[in-house]
Ligand binder design. Structure first.
Ligand code: ZN
Length: 303
């Protein structure tokens, strides 16, 4: 553990408040704690609310090496849901993609099994690349996608400056040690006029406010949790232009939504059995679960 200031403001303000006290039971930390889209355990680091940018962040996050290692060994079990999420993200990105000058190169940070890379390739991006720290996730990718995925944590030095038309980072910004360093690195490797697209949770959304500390966003994996304002501040401070943020609806099978419900495990298991027994497991439902998509452009000097 090591102390840090608000990763967006790079300061600790006197008016900051504790958002949530530390809640970690070592005995309940299973290998599942570090895989995406799992049954939430409602554990969290101490979380601070920044009085300036409204970011909620862990001021004593685990060391970076520790973090990378956890993801590397994490179980991976979200194939179908990852596919459905990628469809949702493509739908909401389409307008911004259609306004790009070129669709030569796209990068996806935290690409999982690389499904988004395949959709971007189908959409016309000639070169697609992904970065993913989880070995399990990469192993679950079809052969075609494996060659597109770099195993590890995103590192700017492995990419050329001014080279990407589109860089995506979905459901990953909460996990990284420093979202500002990541956003600045992305800006450097984007082409002028290129776009950075993120999907994050919004702790200020109605659903997350209602669920409070029982919301799945309260999670030991999350080093910071965003709002529309903190995402705007982050992207503006890094030098992005043309920043737009919108709420999105996620489409998932009913079984996925059931697993997220803040209910005791035994009741959840029973509900899931009923759903499978009645054949309702094939239903998909689109719900606004308090996720936001942020799209920001690198200034085009020619304009
Ligand atoms: Zn701040």
């Amino acid at each position: 553990m090591s102390f840090r200031h608000c990763p967006i403001c790079e300061k600790t303000f006197a008016k900051n408040k504790i958002f949530l006290k530390k809640n970690i039971k070592e005995s309940e930390i299973t290998s599942f704690s570090f895989s995406s889209r799992k049954i939430p355990e409602f554990m969290n680091h101490k979380l601070i609310l920044c009085s300036s940018c409204s970011l909620v962040y862990a001021d004593n996050p685990p060391q970076e090496v520790e973090l990378a290692e956890s993801y590397h060994q994490a179980d991976y079990d979200s194939g179908k849901e990852a596919d459905m999420a990628a469809d949702t993200y493509m739908y909401y990105m389409e307008e911004a993609i259609s306004r790009l000058d070129n669709t030569d190169m796209a990068l996806d940070i935290g690409t999982g099994n690389g499904i988004l890379l395949e959709l971007l390739n189908d959409r016309g991006f000639k070169t697609v690349k992904g970065v993913e720290p989880s070995k399990e996730a990469i192993n679950s990718a079809p052969e075609k996608r494996k060659s597109w995925i770099i195993e590890g944590i995103f590192n700017e030095s492995e990419f050329s400056e001014n080279s990407y038309d589109l860089i995506c980072c979905f459901m990953t910004m909460e996990h990284v040690k420093d979202p500002k360093i990541l956003s600045k690195s992305v800006l450097n490797i984007l082409k002028p006029g290129g776009i950075f697209v993120t999907v994050t949770h919004d702790y200020q959304s109605i659903i997350n406010k209602m669920l409070g500390k029982n919301s799945p966003i309260i999670d030991i994996e999350h080093m910071q949790i965003f709002s529309k304002k903190s995402m705007t501040d982050l992207l503006r401070n890094c030098g992005y232009d043309d920043i737009g943020i919108k709420s999105i609806k996620n489409r998932y099978p009913i079984t996925y939504w059931t697993r997220l419900l803040p209910l005791p495990k035994i009741i959840k298991t029973l509900l899931l059995r009923i759903i499978y027994y009645t054949g309702m497991n094939n239903f998909n439902i689109g719900i606004n679960v308090g996720n936001i998509m942020s799209i920001a452009r690198k200034k085009n000097e020619r304009l």
